[in-house]
Design a protein around this ligand. Sequence first.
Ligand code: NAP
Ligand code: G4F
Length: 851
Amino acid sequence: MERREVESFFERASSVRALVIGDLMLDEYLWGKTDRISPEAPVQVVEVNREDLRLGGAGNVVNNLVALGCKVSVCSVVGDDDNANLLRGAFEEKGVDLEGLFHDPERKTSKKTRVIAANQQIVRIDRETRAHICDDCQQKVLGYLYARLGDFDVVVVSDYLKGVLTPAVLEALCQAGRTLGIPVVVDPKGNDYGKYRGATLLTPNRKEAEIASGIAIADVAALQQAADKLLSELALDALLITRSEAGMSLFPSAGAAVHIPTVAREVYDVTGAGDTVIAVLSLGLACGLSMADAAWVANVAAGIAVGKLGTSTVSPQEIVVEVGHGLKDSDSKIKNLDVLTHIIAQERARGKKVVFTNGCFDLLHVGHVKYLQKARELGDLLVVGLNTDASVKRLKGETRPLIEESERAHILAALDCIDYVVLFDEDTPLTLIEALVPTVLAKGADYKIEDVVGREVVEAGGGRAPPAASSTRSSTPTEVVAPKPLPAGPISASYPSIPGGTMKKAFITGITGQDGSYLAELLLDKGYQVHGMIRRSSSFNTGRINHIYRDPHEAETRLLLHYGDLNDASSINRLLREVRPDEIYNLGAQSHVRVSYDVPEYTGEVDALGAVRILEGIRETGLNTRFYQASSSELYGKVLETPQRETTPFYPRSPYACAKAYAFYITKNYRESYGMFACNGILFNHESPRRGETFVTRKITRAAARIRLGLQERLYLGNLEAKRDWGFAGDYVEGMWRMLQCDQPDDFVIATGETHSVREFAELVFSRHDLELAWQGAGVDEKGVERRSGKVLIEIDPRYFRPAEVDLLLGDSGKARRELGWRPETSFRELVAMMADADLKIAQKELRANG
Ligand code: NAP
Ligand code: G4F
């Protein structure tokens, strides 16, 4: 579907009348913390500090339809209690018609209370009646349906097996729907689908379809078989099977199946996505879309829903925006301000730098194009505000413009460097700038900075004062203003100058490691002279930095390596005296948690005492050096709070974490005792194609690629349930550097705010190689089996279990985001893809080398 079609589809939504019939519920969430066991019984005591009440069950479908803009009526039976009043109140607030909502004093209104502490659901308390509604209520429901069904454009059936949808109600509904030509769309439950016979469309998920059809769905052929069986047995018009990350498949009773791949970019929360699917799908059918088109839009909506935490609805604007992303043709680049405001808000939330410029662009010439290309280089996307014909006339006189606005917009949109074009009718683009709040304003060099319209808006949004224009050419704009590379606040304006020159000197321990190599690249890029400490080894260990290393005899070499060891204070002191660095990054460590159990004393020597050796060295040599200590999320260990932040207490769980805890506190102690500029970066797991091959992510990406090419049979793993907040190492070294540029030293968490299990990581990586995993067995006997071939690809080896495990890490990097302007740029899925693809290339090389 074209974006315009999707837009016009939603324009029709406000005239759609939808009936939702089914089991209504209240979902109550009690959030709290737990740090003690009750003296009364061996159970946790939860101190509740937040409560939340939401519409659940069929109520969430109502939520979704309301968010999409339709008029919604509800038909259901609830109790005659306080919870029923709460439900009524919530619906009335949304303008939902409740004529079909009946009360039975003998029933309890369904309420599910979930108690959640430390990100874990501890208990769920259900208060509900699960019996069929009484005869009297059934008559009321049937009476309502017979009287009102003809008023609706679509009926959505949301069944949770709580008793509203009796066989008699369903039969009457499906029959009347057919007679009146009203689509009846069912989200089914249970094993017996016979009661849905005659409905228009059913939307089971893969597992539900498997159970209902009695056919194991291991591949697309089995999926088709199951669909055929259900379609013919239930006399449906179509069946839509949702398949999680594999997308969804639509099986019309006549015609070929349509398989729609998922469009989810990042999956945070799948709860409620099914309700979004059925709501969008039903709206589509009510508006006269074909089943395939309605399913396509529902799939886009599902992709958005799973990318959100805690909210279960999706707005038409979000869907239009998402469709626009997929169709970046020149036409789709031209937006109205409402839609663009939404897009830009999302892009900014993703950390993208948005550049804005404006003009009449009548008779586009090469000067314009060069200027626009330069402007685009200042950020991640460029928005052009284009004066309408009327505003050009006012500004330039009656004879202008020579080219009318829609043509000018299309010419601009055809340029690669432009991402969006938006027309404005006012004399200045201030309204646009206020709505979009771009990160960078670009203007021609002939403008005086103080005259740039919207400058204050950008600065208030965090931008910096623009530099003075250096060019005076007026017809060819070349100068740009108001870049926002770093937040103005914490970045030191008075960075100490380096005696004898302006080039800053950094000293990195652990430069041959993953982080060391990315940090060295970053600092060289920033113009630093970089000194790295390396250990003498019988074989080369500089593989990760070979690409940036130059012969020191060459002129202008800025990367210099020195032998030394964190276990050898004399080497550290000598190097500090010789190099006299402005910044030290202490990344050197025995960094493997599992290995730290094998070499606990050595780990303490390097990871704990190594840090104090450097701090003492700085103190003794009297250098004014800034110090970064590579602290770790492992310090949180058996977590006492989720998400973990700077104030969360530590609970280290391994010799590695204990050693890092010492290094953390000694860094803080030298800061407080001697006023040293010393910072701890509490970094959560970060990975990359350069990650050591025995850390779990790299172990998986490497093995999956080798298995794909037949170089390896199987992968042995430990605890599949462990969850980590995995980011990209290339993003994280920027955070280290930013910490040392602050006015005051401090400690910062660096994390993505997303957590995933080892199992999930493995599934994604193998699926990237077209190897879909199914899990069989449990505990140490669990196996990851390839669905198609039935081959065992993953087994558990208890050797990789840890004596004490860190189960869940999830970081809150709010402080770093606010005070350092740092944020992760790479999503979890991008990281997985990057690592999987890099290891595939290595495996292909290996295969070629093996002949
Ligand atoms: P890595 O790849 O294992 O690199 C460790 C580096 O330390 C290597 O260059 C290693 O040199 C060096 N090293 C080991 N023992 C040394 C010694 N006795 N003297 C001097 N150098 C020594 O680790 P990484 O992933 O880059 O992590 C960098 C730092 O961040 C480590 O301190 C780690 O504990 C910490 N950290 C990492 C993460 C993460 O997820 N990656 C998260 C939080 C904290 P060789 O090449 O000679 O072995
Ligand atoms: O990849 P891992 O070895 O990393 P871990 O233990 O989280 O430590 C890494 O991150 C820390 C930051 O939190 C750093 F401080 C530290 O230096 C290092 O970079 O293991 C991740 C999880 C663990 O729970 C582990 O039990 O994966 C589980 N796992 C399951 N099977 C495995 C395996 N880990 C490894 N290494 N190998 C396995 O076969």
